[in-house]
Design a protein around this ligand. Structure first.
Ligand code: PAF
Length: 281
């Protein structure tokens, strides 16, 4: 497994792979890899000839007062996990390589980035779209795998790839959960034992709504109320948003008549967690 830091070296590597007729797969990460990331790497590994993982904690997607400075890091652990998943190249740039002096370009999307995480984290998706565009242009993948836990991010990236004709196949990897149902996240390490226990309310709330749907309730406000009742019973959970939206357009829905995403974000102390469930009509 190679580890490269310079964008130009990675571009040269990617050109060489293409000359050899190899299909490049990409899994972008911010490191501190858990089983969720590893599942994306394994999926990508099975679909490509040359697998690239990027490891970059992207400053431009963190807002003021967010956790950029204390974002968990474990470079050595990440490299050995990447190797075990059959990664061929890790691209691990320094912030100054990605955003050199004078950098002033921003990739910005429209309506898709306005609700949900976009509303509570202004500028977040501009940061994501900008860095992901750069990662695509540097690593030149044929396909890229993103986790479905960041449902809105996935929708934003699909739109970006389509709008800017990147010609990259975007593949979604399902949410990987801990034994008690909590979605795996690098941020789970921040949680106190009490908060970690109460974090279960998110998936339980989502599943309560899913259960109501299975019983025949299609009305969005009833389904949302079912989820809210469960989440509201956890005293440490401060709800940021709980929304039911069309799984493709992310427009609000009043009745579930086609696949819809029930998405939640909540703070436990300083730690903000997200989760979602796709409800089938
Ligand atoms: O999902 C993430 O870890 C990040 O948002 C990504 C896609 C690696 C961009 O920094």
């Amino acid at each position: 497994m190679q580890v490269l830091k310079a964008p130009a070296e990675v571009q040269a590597w990617a050109r060489q792979q293409a000359r050899e007729g190899k299909r490049i797969g990409l899994v972008p990460t911010m490191g501190y890899l858990h089983e969720g990331h590893l599942s994306l790497l394994r999926k990508a590994r099975s679909l490509c000839d040359s697998l690239v993982m990027t490891l970059f904690v992207n400053p431009s997607q963190f807002g003021p007062g967010e956790d950029l400075d204390r974002y968990p890091r474990d470079e050595d652990g990440d490299l050995s996990k990447a190797m075990a998943c059959g990664v061929d190249l890790v691209f691990m740039p320094a912030a100054a390589d990605m955003y050199p002096k004078g950098f002033q370009t921003k990739v910005s999307l429209g309506a898709l980035t306005e609700p949900m995480c976009g509303a509570s984290r202004p500028g977040h998706f501009d940061g994501v779209a900008t860095v992901v565009s750069k990662l695509f242009l540097i690593t030149r993948p044929d396909l890229a795998v993103f986790g479905q836990k960041d449902f809105q991010q996935l929708a934003v990236i699909r739109r970006l790839v389509s709008d800017l004709n990147f010609g990259i196949e975007i593949i979604a990897g399902p949410i990987v959960r801990e034994e008690d149902g909590v979605a795996m996240s690098s941020r789970n390490v921040y949680l106190s034992p009490d908060a970690r226990k109460q974090a279960r309310c998110l998936v339980r709330g989502l599943r309560a709504a899913e259960q109501r749907l299975a019983e025949g309730t299609r009305d969005a406000s009833t389904l949302l109320a079912a989820a809210r009742a469960v989440i509201g019973a956890a005293p440490l959970a401060k709800l940021d948003y709980l929304e039911l939206r069309d799984a493709e357009t992310l427009e609000s829905v009043r009745t579930v008549s086609k696949p819809a995403v029930l998405a939640v974000a909540a703070k436990f102390g300083h730690t903000r967690l997200i989760d979602n469930l796709v409800l089938q009509a």
